[in-house]
Design a binder for this molecule. Sequence first.
Ligand code: FAD
Length: 327
Amino acid sequence: MNKKEVWVICDLERQDGRHYLQLVCKAHMLAKSLNAVVSAICLGRHNEVAFESLKTAGAARIIHCECEDLGNAVVAADIVGQLIESRPPFLVIMPATWLGKNIAACLSARFNVGLTADCVNIEVDEHNEVVFSRTALNDSVIARIKCQNSQFLMCTVKPDSFDVVPNSAENGILLERFSHRPDKSAVSIMEIIEKRALSRPVQLNLHAAKLVFSVGRGIGKGKTLDLLHKVAQKFRAEVVGTRAAVESGLIEKSRQVGQSGINISPNIYVSFGVSGASQHVVGMRNSRMIVAVNSDDSAPIFNYADYAFVGDAFEVLKGLDDLIENV
Ligand code: FAD
């Protein structure tokens, strides 16, 4: 009998492949409990380097759907839909990106299956059933969701919810090519009401940042914040912050890390005046190295820190500034 398949939808045209590698690693873990195999469904142009890294992340099968234009999510969803019709999967995991979310919505409507969006975790419980976790009730709780009576399971996952760990597919890798019939009727324009040039909003790519400085309410507005930005620029660090920092006007909302913000996993995360509340930690705990600066030696952030500096944020930033000046 054919084994169940756990699919991960991979957008090969994205410059940062980290997100789908995180999903393949998680799928590899789930597949072990479910006695399933992981298939990476690759949309985009042929890319040997990407195929190789998917293999290392744990994909047993790579199904390549040649598709030059991923700017049209309806067409991309139609390709995945045709593939589902030809070989139904057990679970489909998609990145919670613009493309992933749009494909998921189209598939949910086409196959009438449940969709759990913006997950932060996926587990297999003691009944061998898949449980999706996501925030709910205005981010005040983590809801654990099971999807029942559905032909297959489907979810989208926020970036940096999982680690990338090297795995290896068990029985060698299988590379298949899926050729689809382009469905011209997938998009039809009924009437053009207005044509307007839209300027794209500036895209922040905090997920790709290697070094991140995190602003907490403790540093306040004024000279410490100014110095932090100056030093961050010299170290080429991205600046993020806590919800309290956002609410105090220290940093913009799009840079908020945590339960109701974004997840990040940089190589180095350095916090200044961040207490370490659980709602913040959930968004940065996958950082490779955590450095914390806080004037209170009992601040919870120190429980997660690889390096802890008890002291005033301004003094530490001044030290860093002097250091880089003298290099
Ligand atoms: P504070 O808790 O005020 O901590 C400031 C810290 O700065 C203290 O530890 C203090 O010792 C230190 N300090 C003070 N002066 C200095 C100095 N001169 N030098 C060095 N250190 C100094 N929070 C998030 O971050 N992200 C979220 O997504 C998020 N979602 C939430 C969702 C819900 C439903 C709820 C209820 C809360 C959420 N929160 C979130 C808020 C979270 O609970 C905390 O309130 C918040 O993270 C605290 O931010 P902070 O550490 O900057 O501020």
